[in-house]
Design a protein around this ligand. Structure first.
Ligand SMILES: *Cc1c(COP(=O)(O)O)cnc(C)c1O
Length: 345
């Protein structure tokens, strides 16, 4: 048997479902889907899909066909946001529950020729990332396609930007001329922009997993808690240093714990001399540089903490992003494969 890992992510299934229900309620009459690309933003896509399907979610979004194939046996509807390359056609025809989100004229032609089955279409309305142009859509590029969802993506939904309304109006202009079963625009932050942005289907990702991209979403609950085990406890004498480049010097004799977590696990090096762990109600500051696989904590507040004990790291995403200068998205998707992922409900 493989031993349990010396670090783990405690994943709160009840909070995940509560966040989806909150976003579904805020989406009003629109259906609420879930973006589960990048392995469910680092949590594990299969477990996320199982839990959200049980809660009533019916539409899932991934980036690639490898991600779609890994979910196909779950029997849920998956849209592949990056569309379909020539290299993807075999997988696209093989999967039973996934369809592409067509992004370019070449992808549209490839899908017409190779399948002709249901698809989604992304229209670029000003972000200049993926999508066919509004002009192409109006000029008949999409005529005759079996479009399930016609969608666009907001560039600035986490800000009060006039670009939001411009993109919304551009999508309405295309939807007036293109036949589709549904129209979709809003990501997590877009849901908070209100009913005109909801159309038929919303596509939250970040906020499902505890991210708070706008103040209106402050009811979102944290889902992910990193925990790590103490490998060694030591006494560092006044004047001695800890870690690479000796960036922390003991002002007095200090109890220090070395724990099994590092930037290779996704715990950002930017938490050096800034992050915080806890055991019960005691706070244990990160001291010195975060190493690849190790971190030092000042454990003066926890005299009984020793080898083999577990500590829990502060990882509330808005605050952790502020502290580290990393985006909430990076803080989630960087969480590595060495963690055990332990779900509680
Ligand atoms: C990632 C993504 C989403 C989800 O965005 P969040 O900001 O994480 O809610 C929705 N739509 C598209 C096209 C995406 O790429």
């Amino acid at each position: 048997m493989i031993p349990t890992a010396p670090n783990r992510l405690c994943l709160n299934g009840a909070a995940l479902v509560a966040n989806w229900r909150l976003l579904a309620a805020m989406s009003g009459a629109a259906a609420c889907g879930a973006a589960v690309k990048a392995d469910g933003y680092g949590l594990g896509a299969r477990e996320v899909v199982r839990r959200l399907t049980a809660a009533g979610c019916r539409d899932f979004f991934v980036a690639t066909w490898a991600e779609a194939e890994a979910l196909d046996d779950l029997g849920v509807s998956v849209a592949v946001l990056h569309g379909v390359r020539a290299e993807d056609m075999a997988a696209a025809l093989r999967t039973r529950h996934a369809r592409p989100v067509l992004n370019t004229a070449a992808q549209v032609a490839r899908w017409r020729q190779g399948s002709g089955g249901p698809c989604d279409v992304m229209v670029d309305t000003g972000m200049n990332r993926l999508g066919v142009s509004a002009e192409e859509a109006r000029d008949g590029l999409l005529d005759g396609l079996a479009i399930d969802t016609l969608m666009s993506h907001l560039a600035c939904a986490d800000e009060d930007s006039e670009m939001n309304e411009r993109q919304r109006a551009a999508l309405v202009g295309v939807a007036d001329r293109v036949i589709s079963r549904r129209v979709s625009l809003a990501n997590s932050a877009g849901i908070a922009l209100g009913a005109p942005y909801h159309f038929d289907l919303t596509r939250p990702g970040l906020a499902l997993y505890g991210g708070v991209p706008r103040g209106e979403l402050d009811g979102v609950r944290p889902v992910v808690l990193p925990q790590a085990q103490v490998l060694q406890r030591r006494r560092v004498a006044a004047g001695e240093v800890v870690g690479y480049n000796a960036t922390w010097r003991a002002p007095e004799d200090t109890a220090v714990a070395i724990v099994n977590l590092g930037y290779a696990d996704g715990y950002a090096r930017a938490f050096s001399n800034a992050g915080m762990a806890r055991v019960e109600d005691r706070t244990l500051p990160v001291i010195g540089r975060v190493s690849m696989d190790l971190i030092a904590l000042d454990v003066s507040a926890a005299p009984d903490l020793g080898e083999g004990d577990w500590v829990t790291f502060d990882y509330a995403l808005p605050q952790a992003a502020e502290l580290s200068g990393r985006s909430q998205y990076e803080l989630l998707t960087g969480l590595g494969s060495r963690f055990d992922r332990v779900w509680t409900d």
